[in-house]
Write a protein that binds this ligand. Structure first.
Ligand code: PHE
Length: 360
Protein backbone atom coordinates (compact mmCIF):
# COMPACT_ATOMS: atom_id res chain seq x y z
CA UNK A 1 0.00 0.00 0.00
CA UNK A 2 1.41 3.39 -1.03
CA UNK A 3 1.88 5.80 1.91
CA UNK A 4 2.13 9.43 1.00
CA UNK A 5 3.80 10.47 4.29
CA UNK A 6 6.60 7.97 3.85
CA UNK A 7 7.04 9.05 0.21
CA UNK A 8 7.24 12.78 0.98
CA UNK A 9 9.53 12.10 3.96
CA UNK A 10 11.87 10.14 1.69
CA UNK A 11 11.79 12.95 -0.86
CA UNK A 12 12.55 15.60 1.78
CA UNK A 13 15.51 13.55 2.97
CA UNK A 14 17.07 13.00 -0.45
CA UNK A 15 20.45 14.66 -0.07
CA UNK A 16 21.43 14.99 -3.71
CA UNK A 17 19.86 15.28 -7.13
CA UNK A 18 20.67 11.66 -8.11
CA UNK A 19 18.92 10.27 -5.02
CA UNK A 20 15.95 12.52 -5.75
CA UNK A 21 15.74 11.32 -9.34
CA UNK A 22 15.81 7.70 -8.15
CA UNK A 23 12.77 8.49 -5.99
CA UNK A 24 11.03 10.15 -8.93
CA UNK A 25 11.51 6.95 -10.95
CA UNK A 26 10.35 4.88 -7.95
CA UNK A 27 7.09 6.84 -7.65
CA UNK A 28 6.36 8.34 -11.08
CA UNK A 29 8.44 6.29 -13.52
CA UNK A 30 6.97 3.88 -16.10
CA UNK A 31 6.56 1.23 -13.41
CA UNK A 32 6.45 3.66 -10.52
CA UNK A 33 4.23 3.11 -7.53
CA UNK A 34 1.87 5.97 -8.40
CA UNK A 35 1.94 5.11 -12.10
CA UNK A 36 0.78 1.60 -11.17
CA UNK A 37 -2.00 3.08 -9.01
CA UNK A 38 -3.10 5.23 -11.94
CA UNK A 39 -3.17 2.14 -14.13
CA UNK A 40 -5.65 0.45 -11.74
CA UNK A 41 -8.21 3.18 -12.68
CA UNK A 42 -8.68 1.50 -16.08
CA UNK A 43 -10.11 -1.63 -14.48
CA UNK A 44 -12.59 0.21 -12.25
CA UNK A 45 -16.27 0.85 -12.64
CA UNK A 46 -17.17 4.50 -13.46
CA UNK A 47 -18.45 5.08 -9.94
CA UNK A 48 -15.38 3.64 -8.29
CA UNK A 49 -13.18 5.61 -10.69
CA UNK A 50 -15.03 8.81 -9.78
CA UNK A 51 -14.33 8.15 -6.17
CA UNK A 52 -10.69 6.87 -6.31
CA UNK A 53 -9.51 8.90 -9.34
CA UNK A 54 -9.17 12.31 -7.64
CA UNK A 55 -7.45 10.69 -4.64
CA UNK A 56 -4.81 9.02 -6.80
CA UNK A 57 -4.38 12.21 -8.85
CA UNK A 58 -3.91 14.10 -5.57
CA UNK A 59 -1.16 11.65 -4.55
CA UNK A 60 0.55 12.16 -7.89
CA UNK A 61 0.41 15.93 -7.48
CA UNK A 62 1.65 15.81 -3.91
CA UNK A 63 4.62 13.67 -4.92
CA UNK A 64 5.34 15.83 -7.98
CA UNK A 65 5.23 18.99 -5.86
CA UNK A 66 7.41 17.47 -3.15
CA UNK A 67 10.02 16.44 -5.76
CA UNK A 68 9.98 19.90 -7.36
CA UNK A 69 10.36 21.62 -3.97
CA UNK A 70 13.22 19.31 -2.95
CA UNK A 71 14.90 19.79 -6.32
CA UNK A 72 14.76 23.58 -5.92
CA UNK A 73 16.18 23.32 -2.39
CA UNK A 74 19.05 21.04 -3.49
CA UNK A 75 19.89 23.27 -6.44
CA UNK A 76 20.04 26.42 -4.39
CA UNK A 77 22.18 24.66 -1.78
CA UNK A 78 24.55 23.57 -4.58
CA UNK A 79 24.70 27.16 -5.84
CA UNK A 80 25.45 28.47 -2.35
CA UNK A 81 28.24 25.93 -1.95
CA UNK A 82 29.69 26.87 -5.33
CA UNK A 83 29.54 30.59 -4.53
CA UNK A 84 31.25 30.02 -1.19
CA UNK A 85 33.97 27.91 -2.77
CA UNK A 86 34.62 30.36 -5.60
CA UNK A 87 34.52 33.48 -3.45
CA UNK A 88 36.76 36.30 -4.67
CA UNK A 89 38.67 38.26 -2.05
CA UNK A 90 38.32 41.78 -3.35
CA UNK A 91 40.94 43.04 -0.89
CA UNK A 92 43.73 40.95 -2.50
CA UNK A 93 46.19 42.95 -4.60
CA UNK A 94 45.57 42.84 -8.35
CA UNK A 95 47.06 39.89 -10.19
CA UNK A 96 49.58 39.34 -11.65
CA UNK A 97 51.82 40.25 -8.73
CA UNK A 98 54.45 42.75 -9.89
CA UNK A 99 57.55 40.99 -11.20
CA UNK A 100 60.98 42.29 -12.06
CA UNK A 101 62.77 45.21 -10.49
CA UNK A 102 64.96 48.14 -11.37
CA UNK A 103 68.63 47.14 -11.11
CA UNK A 104 70.59 49.13 -8.48
CA UNK A 105 72.90 50.41 -11.24
CA UNK A 106 69.96 51.83 -13.17
CA UNK A 107 68.49 53.23 -9.97
CA UNK A 108 71.77 54.94 -9.03
CA UNK A 109 72.14 56.35 -12.55
CA UNK A 110 68.64 57.81 -12.23
CA UNK A 111 69.59 59.23 -8.85
CA UNK A 112 72.73 60.82 -10.36
CA UNK A 113 70.79 62.31 -13.26
CA UNK A 114 68.28 63.78 -10.82
CA UNK A 115 70.92 65.28 -8.52
CA UNK A 116 73.00 66.77 -11.32
CA UNK A 117 69.97 68.04 -13.24
CA UNK A 118 69.24 70.13 -10.19
CA UNK A 119 72.71 71.69 -10.56
CA UNK A 120 72.14 72.41 -14.25
CA UNK A 121 73.90 69.37 -15.75
CA UNK A 122 72.57 67.58 -18.83
CA UNK A 123 73.09 63.85 -19.45
CA UNK A 124 75.43 63.04 -22.38
CA UNK A 125 76.25 59.68 -23.92
CA UNK A 126 78.89 58.25 -26.22
CA UNK A 127 79.61 54.93 -27.95
CA UNK A 128 80.91 51.95 -26.01
CA UNK A 129 82.88 50.90 -29.08
CA UNK A 130 85.42 53.71 -29.36
CA UNK A 131 88.49 54.52 -31.38
CA UNK A 132 91.80 55.04 -29.67
CA UNK A 133 91.86 58.74 -30.57
CA UNK A 134 88.77 59.55 -28.45
CA UNK A 135 89.61 57.07 -25.69
CA UNK A 136 93.31 57.94 -25.40
CA UNK A 137 95.04 60.33 -27.80
CA UNK A 138 92.67 63.30 -27.48
CA UNK A 139 92.79 62.81 -23.71
CA UNK A 140 96.55 63.44 -23.82
CA UNK A 141 97.44 59.76 -23.60
CA UNK A 142 99.73 59.27 -26.63
CA UNK A 143 100.48 55.85 -28.03
CA UNK A 144 103.64 55.39 -26.00
CA UNK A 145 102.04 56.50 -22.74
CA UNK A 146 102.16 53.91 -19.95
CA UNK A 147 98.52 54.73 -19.07
CA UNK A 148 97.47 52.84 -22.19
CA UNK A 149 98.95 49.67 -20.81
CA UNK A 150 97.44 50.37 -17.37
CA UNK A 151 93.93 50.37 -18.80
CA UNK A 152 93.84 46.64 -19.71
CA UNK A 153 92.11 47.55 -22.93
CA UNK A 154 90.00 45.17 -25.03
CA UNK A 155 91.03 45.89 -28.63
CA UNK A 156 89.17 44.86 -31.79
CA UNK A 157 91.24 43.02 -34.41
CA UNK A 158 90.46 45.60 -37.12
CA UNK A 159 90.91 49.36 -37.39
CA UNK A 160 88.22 51.78 -38.55
CA UNK A 161 88.16 53.42 -42.02
CA UNK A 162 90.61 56.09 -40.86
CA UNK A 163 93.07 53.50 -39.59
CA UNK A 164 92.31 54.10 -35.92
CA UNK A 165 92.51 51.17 -33.54
CA UNK A 166 89.04 50.23 -32.26
CA UNK A 167 88.41 49.26 -28.66
CA UNK A 168 85.81 48.98 -25.92
CA UNK A 169 86.06 52.28 -24.09
CA UNK A 170 88.04 51.92 -20.86
CA UNK A 171 86.43 54.95 -19.20
CA UNK A 172 83.68 57.50 -19.82
CA UNK A 173 86.25 60.27 -20.44
CA UNK A 174 85.96 60.03 -24.28
CA UNK A 175 82.48 61.53 -23.82
CA UNK A 176 84.28 64.69 -22.60
CA UNK A 177 86.00 64.87 -25.99
CA UNK A 178 82.84 64.18 -27.98
CA UNK A 179 80.90 66.79 -26.03
CA UNK A 180 83.56 69.51 -26.31
CA UNK A 181 83.78 68.87 -30.06
CA UNK A 182 80.05 68.96 -30.67
CA UNK A 183 78.85 71.64 -28.26
CA UNK A 184 79.79 75.22 -27.60
CA UNK A 185 80.75 76.12 -24.02
CA UNK A 186 79.50 76.72 -21.41
CA UNK A 187 79.17 72.95 -20.93
CA UNK A 188 77.81 71.11 -17.94
CA UNK A 189 77.27 67.39 -18.47
CA UNK A 190 77.40 64.07 -16.74
CA UNK A 191 78.01 60.96 -18.83
CA UNK A 192 76.98 57.70 -17.17
CA UNK A 193 77.60 54.41 -18.93
CA UNK A 194 79.35 51.09 -19.34
CA UNK A 195 83.12 50.81 -19.54
CA UNK A 196 85.36 47.77 -20.11
CA UNK A 197 88.68 46.57 -18.77
CA UNK A 198 90.23 43.12 -18.83
CA UNK A 199 90.13 42.64 -15.09
CA UNK A 200 88.15 40.34 -12.77
CA UNK A 201 87.93 39.76 -9.01
CA UNK A 202 85.51 40.59 -6.15
CA UNK A 203 85.77 44.33 -6.81
CA UNK A 204 86.54 44.30 -10.57
CA UNK A 205 84.44 42.99 -13.44
CA UNK A 206 85.38 43.21 -17.14
CA UNK A 207 82.38 45.51 -17.62
CA UNK A 208 81.44 48.10 -15.05
CA UNK A 209 79.84 51.53 -14.91
CA UNK A 210 81.25 55.01 -14.54
CA UNK A 211 79.82 58.46 -14.51
CA UNK A 212 81.88 61.27 -15.92
CA UNK A 213 81.32 64.92 -15.01
CA UNK A 214 82.48 67.83 -17.14
CA UNK A 215 82.16 71.57 -16.72
CA UNK A 216 83.65 74.00 -19.24
CA UNK A 217 83.16 77.71 -18.77
CA UNK A 218 85.13 80.91 -18.09
CA UNK A 219 86.92 81.32 -14.78
CA UNK A 220 86.31 77.79 -13.48
CA UNK A 221 88.64 76.71 -10.67
CA UNK A 222 89.06 73.85 -8.21
CA UNK A 223 86.74 75.48 -5.70
CA UNK A 224 83.89 74.84 -8.15
CA UNK A 225 85.01 71.24 -8.42
CA UNK A 226 85.08 70.68 -4.69
CA UNK A 227 81.71 72.37 -4.11
CA UNK A 228 80.11 70.34 -6.91
CA UNK A 229 81.43 67.04 -5.57
CA UNK A 230 80.42 67.90 -2.01
CA UNK A 231 76.92 68.93 -3.05
CA UNK A 232 76.57 65.79 -5.16
CA UNK A 233 77.79 63.40 -2.45
CA UNK A 234 75.61 64.99 0.25
CA UNK A 235 72.55 64.62 -1.97
CA UNK A 236 73.51 61.09 -3.02
CA UNK A 237 74.23 59.71 0.44
CA UNK A 238 71.47 61.86 1.93
CA UNK A 239 73.56 63.17 4.81
CA UNK A 240 75.21 66.50 5.54
CA UNK A 241 78.34 65.24 7.28
CA UNK A 242 80.17 64.23 4.10
CA UNK A 243 83.82 65.22 4.43
CA UNK A 244 86.10 65.25 1.36
CA UNK A 245 89.85 65.21 1.11
CA UNK A 246 91.52 66.14 -2.18
CA UNK A 247 94.87 64.46 -2.68
CA UNK A 248 97.31 65.47 -5.45
CA UNK A 249 97.29 62.82 -8.15
CA UNK A 250 97.98 62.37 -11.83
CA UNK A 251 95.75 61.86 -14.86
CA UNK A 252 97.05 62.77 -18.31
CA UNK A 253 93.81 64.63 -19.11
CA UNK A 254 93.64 66.81 -16.00
CA UNK A 255 96.18 69.25 -14.61
CA UNK A 256 96.27 69.59 -11.70
CA UNK A 257 94.65 66.26 -10.81
CA UNK A 258 93.13 65.24 -7.52
CA UNK A 259 92.11 61.93 -6.07
CA UNK A 260 89.06 62.52 -3.90
CA UNK A 261 88.74 60.61 -0.62
CA UNK A 262 85.64 60.52 1.51
CA UNK A 263 85.52 59.96 5.28
CA UNK A 264 83.74 56.83 6.46
CA UNK A 265 83.11 54.75 9.56
CA UNK A 266 83.01 50.98 9.86
CA UNK A 267 79.52 50.03 11.06
CA UNK A 268 78.26 46.45 11.44
CA UNK A 269 80.95 45.13 9.13
CA UNK A 270 80.37 47.62 6.38
CA UNK A 271 81.68 51.01 5.35
CA UNK A 272 79.27 53.86 5.97
CA UNK A 273 80.16 57.11 4.24
CA UNK A 274 80.12 60.21 6.45
CA UNK A 275 82.17 62.02 9.02
CA UNK A 276 85.77 63.15 9.04
CA UNK A 277 88.24 60.44 8.06
CA UNK A 278 90.71 61.73 10.64
CA UNK A 279 88.25 61.48 13.52
CA UNK A 280 88.23 58.66 16.05
CA UNK A 281 87.02 55.44 14.44
CA UNK A 282 86.94 56.99 10.97
CA UNK A 283 89.11 56.51 7.90
CA UNK A 284 89.47 57.79 4.33
CA UNK A 285 88.51 55.87 1.27
CA UNK A 286 89.39 56.75 -2.27
CA UNK A 287 86.18 57.49 -4.16
CA UNK A 288 86.87 59.30 -7.40
CA UNK A 289 89.36 60.86 -9.79
CA UNK A 290 89.16 64.49 -10.80
CA UNK A 291 91.02 67.59 -11.85
CA UNK A 292 91.09 70.69 -14.00
CA UNK A 293 90.74 69.73 -17.66
CA UNK A 294 94.23 69.78 -19.18
CA UNK A 295 94.84 72.73 -21.54
CA UNK A 296 96.04 70.27 -24.17
CA UNK A 297 92.73 68.39 -24.02
CA UNK A 298 90.78 71.62 -24.44
CA UNK A 299 92.97 72.54 -27.40
CA UNK A 300 92.60 69.01 -28.91
CA UNK A 301 88.86 69.68 -29.03
CA UNK A 302 89.33 72.93 -30.94
CA UNK A 303 88.67 75.29 -28.01
CA UNK A 304 90.97 78.08 -26.82
CA UNK A 305 92.35 77.06 -23.41
CA UNK A 306 93.09 80.71 -22.59
CA UNK A 307 89.37 81.42 -22.81
CA UNK A 308 87.83 78.17 -21.53
CA UNK A 309 88.67 76.22 -18.44
CA UNK A 310 86.89 73.50 -16.63
CA UNK A 311 86.96 70.54 -14.34
CA UNK A 312 86.20 66.87 -14.83
CA UNK A 313 85.67 63.91 -12.58
CA UNK A 314 85.02 60.21 -12.95
CA UNK A 315 83.53 57.78 -10.45
CA UNK A 316 82.42 54.16 -10.45
CA UNK A 317 78.63 53.87 -10.44
CA UNK A 318 78.66 50.28 -9.16
CA UNK A 319 80.99 51.39 -6.37
CA UNK A 320 78.55 54.17 -5.42
CA UNK A 321 75.69 51.66 -5.40
CA UNK A 322 77.64 49.23 -3.19
CA UNK A 323 78.49 51.96 -0.70
CA UNK A 324 74.95 53.29 -0.53
CA UNK A 325 73.01 50.02 -0.58
CA UNK A 326 75.47 47.69 1.14
CA UNK A 327 76.36 45.00 -1.41
CA UNK A 328 79.82 43.52 -0.91
CA UNK A 329 80.52 41.61 -4.13
CA UNK A 330 80.55 43.49 -7.41
CA UNK A 331 80.32 40.28 -9.47
CA UNK A 332 76.80 39.61 -8.14
CA UNK A 333 75.67 42.78 -9.94
CA UNK A 334 76.00 41.01 -13.26
CA UNK A 335 74.99 37.43 -12.39
CA UNK A 336 71.30 37.99 -13.09
CA UNK A 337 70.36 35.96 -9.98
CA UNK A 338 66.65 36.59 -9.38
CA UNK A 339 67.06 36.34 -5.60
CA UNK A 340 69.73 39.08 -5.64
CA UNK A 341 67.65 41.19 -8.00
CA UNK A 342 64.50 40.95 -5.92
CA UNK A 343 66.47 41.72 -2.76
CA UNK A 344 68.49 44.68 -4.06
CA UNK A 345 66.23 45.80 -6.92
CA UNK A 346 63.88 48.77 -6.81
CA UNK A 347 60.23 49.13 -7.68
CA UNK A 348 59.69 50.71 -11.07
CA UNK A 349 57.41 53.13 -9.25
CA UNK A 350 60.07 54.39 -6.85
CA UNK A 351 61.44 57.09 -9.11
CA UNK A 352 64.16 59.12 -7.38
CA UNK A 353 63.37 62.81 -7.04
CA UNK A 354 64.96 65.50 -4.93
CA UNK A 355 61.60 66.51 -3.52
CA UNK A 356 60.38 62.96 -2.88
CA UNK A 357 63.68 61.54 -1.60
CA UNK A 358 66.58 60.34 -3.69
CA UNK A 359 66.53 56.72 -2.55
CA UNK A 360 62.68 56.68 -2.59
N1 PHE B 1 88.87 58.48 -16.44
C1 PHE B 1 89.48 58.29 -15.15
C2 PHE B 1 89.46 56.79 -14.82
O1 PHE B 1 88.75 56.05 -15.42
C3 PHE B 1 88.73 59.02 -14.07
C4 PHE B 1 88.78 60.52 -14.22
C5 PHE B 1 87.82 61.19 -14.96
C6 PHE B 1 89.82 61.24 -13.64
C7 PHE B 1 87.88 62.57 -15.10
C8 PHE B 1 89.87 62.61 -13.78
C9 PHE B 1 88.91 63.24 -14.49
O2 PHE B 1 90.19 56.34 -13.95
Amino acid sequence: MFEIEKATAAIDQADNLEALDALRVQFLGKNGEITLLLKTLGGMSPEERKEKGPAIQALREAVTDAIAARKAALESAALEAKLAAERLDMSLPAAPVPQGSVHPVSQVMDELAEIFADMGFAVATGPEIEDDWHNFTALNIPETHPARAMHDTFYFPDTDAEGRAMLLRTHTSPVQIRTMMSEKPPIRIIAPGRVYRSDSDATHTPMFHQVEGLVIDRGIHMGHLKWTLETFLKAFFERDDIVLRLRPSYFPFTEPSAEVDVGYAQEKGRRVVGGDGDAEGHAWMELLGSGMVNRRVIANCGLDPDEWQGFAFGVGVDRLAMLKYGMDDLRAFFDGDLRWLSHYGFSALSVPTLSGGISA
